[in-house]
Design a protein. Sequence first.
Length: 385
Amino acid sequence: MVENPEAGLFELDDEHEAFRETCHGFVERLVMPERDNAERNGFPSALWRQLGAAGLLGIGHPEEDGGTGGDYLAMAILAEELAKVSGGIAVTILVSSYMAAPHLARFGSPTLREQYLRPVLRGEAVAAIAVTEPSAGSDVAGLVTTGTEVDGGYLINGRKIFITNAGVADVVLVAARTGQPGSAGITMFCVESSAPGIELSLPLAKLGWHASDTREVSFQDCFVPSDRVVGAVDSGFRQIMMAFQGERIALSGMGVGLAQAALDEARVWARDRRAFGVPIGSFQAIGHRLGEMETAVTAARLMTYQAASRLDRDHPDAAKAVAMAKLYSARVANEVADSAVQVFGGYGFMADSPVALHYRDARILRIGGGTDEIQLQILAKTMGL
């Protein structure tokens, strides 16, 4: 990314523009044709190996571990292009490679990376991350699932909720309490989904993200060997907070892509749909609405790219930029999707219309990966409040 601090301009360099074209072509050719089926029947499993072969599961991961290099900006671009098709498809991919797998890449032992990370990056395995609990969502430090040390490992007991990819994952990164109450006593574990003691609920019926698998996950004396600890014992909270930055960049990119897709659909509709003998886009009420939508999408994209670039460069304001991008892009996704439904009128209210899909998928972006309120709290702290 080329940054001109004096002019405040942010443009993609040739490498990232070429990567966008690669992502766009892949999505148009292999993902878009699967959207309707995925909305009805879930994520198409054949897509995993295609993604792996194209190198789209290894962005930012070390090449020595099977990754393809790249940076947070590239990951944001991928998230944007995927979300133009379907939030449910996008989040399934992003959770596996860019929300769960980074724990293995950053903190996993060489054995864990070889055994679990490499297959995920090749598209031969799927990962999930289990942190959220019925009584601990935003309050990660308040989780109560326990990891009790026993001979040779740990017994995990507890319940996780709203776990994306739970029903399709081969490996689950699980946060459990191994020490004192609060943030200091949490450890991350790498748990095979077939391990005795794991129980999955039926898929949860959601407002949106219909193409993704979301379930409750329960642990009853689930034994995890000591060598499956990810990172250091009792350091899981810090690891989760570090991983949140990349997760929020991915979700910001999703917000931009979803909003852009809704805008594109509304623009075509406004040009082709006629009322009173003229295209509805010729009416000021519609034309101005589309202008507001495009302005908001452009602003969200610039904020997301800047945040990703700052995270890549360890900028001192990276965390602030990430919180702003996550907050704003999620709001824009909701506002632009709502406006697109309004432009479509009654057709937009039909469940199988593309703008209805984006409208459903947008709402969770203001909750998942850190709610609006959490982002605002982060920003308040950066202001000394």
